[in-house]
Design a protein around this ligand. Structure first.
Ligand code: GBH
Length: 518
């Protein structure tokens, strides 16, 4: 932090008190001024006085009083601009305060599973640095934060006796967020299953794990819904089922055959439904709950009437195992026919639980699936990506900002979802600090601007998008990629744990400030 920066803050605000404290403690935390400085063109313009660049541009009085409801590039009033993270990817403290082992702890400690044999043992040390990290959100101007709760921190053995210290971490985190006017959104499962349940039940291969998850969800909602009003049940059903149980690239590293694989997915959606019921029973009235699924977004390659209808058919079928069964209460005929003898085994009571009414649906959107209409069944066809289709740093991340329009639009049009969150959107990049220490991530900036423009298109048509969680606040442990792929708005130097805002952090703070695409 620059000398005297704290003194330049408006005196008497919470912020200045915080800066002073940080300055004294010399924590490696950037100030709001440093984040904002990146938002102004001043930070880039040659010869501009740094002093001027550091001034947040004051919006004209009229704009302050009356932000446009949803005009031009604007977003609806009270739109929740947030960032997202997950426990295993940032917390560290993997065996502290009584935390149980998770399947990811076990997996990363097995040689050869993760690039460079990186682990999340320390990660961003967020478990100890959460106060400074919340301060960074405040500096960004973020209005919401999506984090995940580590199940084995709360129940070291998965079931049975909770560890009060584990739960207390999330209570303190929520309090810190609330004190900073950041709305907490907690995800109950972001893939870190207690290892004990893997051993006792075979993890998600057993419906006992679904019941255990519901019990854990009920407990957390009883304990924390006085502070946390929004719960995501499970993050990316499709990812952890496919990678954890089919390809074996993610924990627990299994390669199941088709029937047990379908059963794992069924247990996951069942766990979601039972958790929704447990939260309704245990949470404070008004507590909201929904999933966070990486929906396959069917994008009509050319926006003709036929292709749009085909995209809607495709959306139901491509998501049949998760969102469609959740929102319709049955597996589609095509899904069951395709699975044949390998179809999941289920009861009517299961389907009823899976389709428990939701308050909102969260979708993680990273890539498009292009489709077009065909005369023959099923009425749509997936178009393969062109060889030269642009991608971000991860080879899986094929670019397609249109997905931010079609994803929410399908949820509204097909299933009449009343409240939609983009629970994740962001990109990995080969970020490197320039000579001045700043990461000029023009690629991420382009990514965000184009994605938000498409999301704004949806909002301006009345699609009920209520918030957007950028993945991610920080560079963090990117699963099998280890620390090699960076997704953050804040660059992390893992040797020193210093967080430095990238150019995109300045961009995002400007988006939030004006509540519109910048
Ligand atoms: C999300 O997954 C996760 O929720 C989050 O934890 C993660 O950090 C973030 O996005 C960025 O990846 O190994 O070639 O088979 C995003 C969707 C789907 C991306 C599965 C990686 C595996 C590709 N993921 N995909 S591959």
């Amino acid at each position: 932090m620059r000398a005297g920066a704290a003194a330049e803050e408006t005196p008497g605000t919470k912020m200045s008190a915080r800066s002073t404290r940080l300055q004294i403690a010399s924590a490696p935390t950037p100030s709001r001024r440093e984040v904002i400085a990146l938002a102004g063109a001043g930070a880039l313009a040659a010869g501009s006085a740094p002093q001027a660049a550091a001034q947040p541009a004051a919006p004209p009085a009229a704009e302050q009083a009356q932000p446009p409801a949803c005009a031009l590039q604007g977003f609806p009033r009270n739109f929740l601009w947030g960032t997202a993270t997950s426990a295993y990817q940032i917390e560290g403290a993997w065996n502290e305060d009584g935390k149980g082992e998770s399947i990811w702890d076990r997996f990363v400690h097995t040689r050869g599973k993760i690039r460079n044999d990186d682990t999340g043992d320390v990660a961003l040390d967020h478990y100890h640095r959460y106060k400074d990290d919340v301060w960074l959100m405040k500096a960004l101007g973020a209005k919401a934060y999506r984090f995940s709760i580590s199940w084995p921190r709360v129940f070291p053995e998965g079931t049975g006796r909770p560890d009060p210290k584990g739960l207390d971490f999330y209570r303190r985190l929520a309090d810190e967020l609330l004190a900073s006017d950041v709305v907490p959104f907690a995800t109950l499962y972001h893939w870190d299953l207690p290892q004990a349940l893997q051993e006792r039940f075979g993890g998600w291969e057993s419906r006992d794990t679904a019941q255990a998850f519901a019990d854990y969800a009920g407990y957390v909602s009883r304990q924390l819904s006085d502070r946390i009003g929004y719960f995501f049940t499970i993050n990316e059903f499709t990812t952890f089922v496919e990678l954890g149980y089919r390809t074996g690239l993610f924990a627990p590293g299994l390669k199941l055959a088709a029937q047990p694989l379908n059963q794992v997915r069924h247990h996951a959606v069942l766990a979601h439904g039972l958790a929704v019921q447990a939260i309704r029973a245990g949470g404070k009235p008004g507590t909201k709950v929904g999933p966070a699924e990486n929906i396959k977004v069917a994008v009509p390659a050319i926006e003709t009437r036929e292709n749009i209808a085909a995209a809607e058919r495709a959306a139901r079928e491509l998501n049949a195992g998760v969102l469609t069964v959740m929102l319709e209460g049955r597996y589609t005929d095509a899904f069951l026919a395709a699975a044949g003898a390998d179809a999941p085994r289920f009861t009517d009571a299961d389907l009823k639980a899976i389709a428990s009414p939701l308050d909102f649906v969260g979708i993680n959107v990273y890539t498009p699936t292009y489709v077009r209409a065909t005369g023959a069944e099923p009425g749509y066809e997936v178009i393969p990506y062109a060889k030269s289709h642009p991608r971000m740093a991860s080879s899986w991340q094929v670019l397609g900002p249109e997905a931010l329009y079609w994803g929410p639009r399908h949820l509204q049009k097909i299933w009449q979802v009343p409240e939609i969150y983009i629970s994740e959107n962001g990109c990995g990049a080969a970020d490197e600090p320039a000579a001045d220490g700043i990461v000029y991530d023009t690629d991420r900036l382009m990514f965000l601007r184009n994605n938000l423009t498409m999301l704004q298109r949806a909002a301006s048509e009345g699609v009920p998008v209520r918030g957007y969680f950028l993945w991610s606040l920080f560079d963090n442990f990117e699963w099998t990629d280890g620390y090699g792929t960076r997704f953050g708005l804040m660059y992390v130097d893992y040797a020193t744990q210093k967080r430095t805002p990238k150019l995109s952090a300045g961009y995002y703070s400007e988006v939030i400030r004006r509540n519109g695409v910048a």
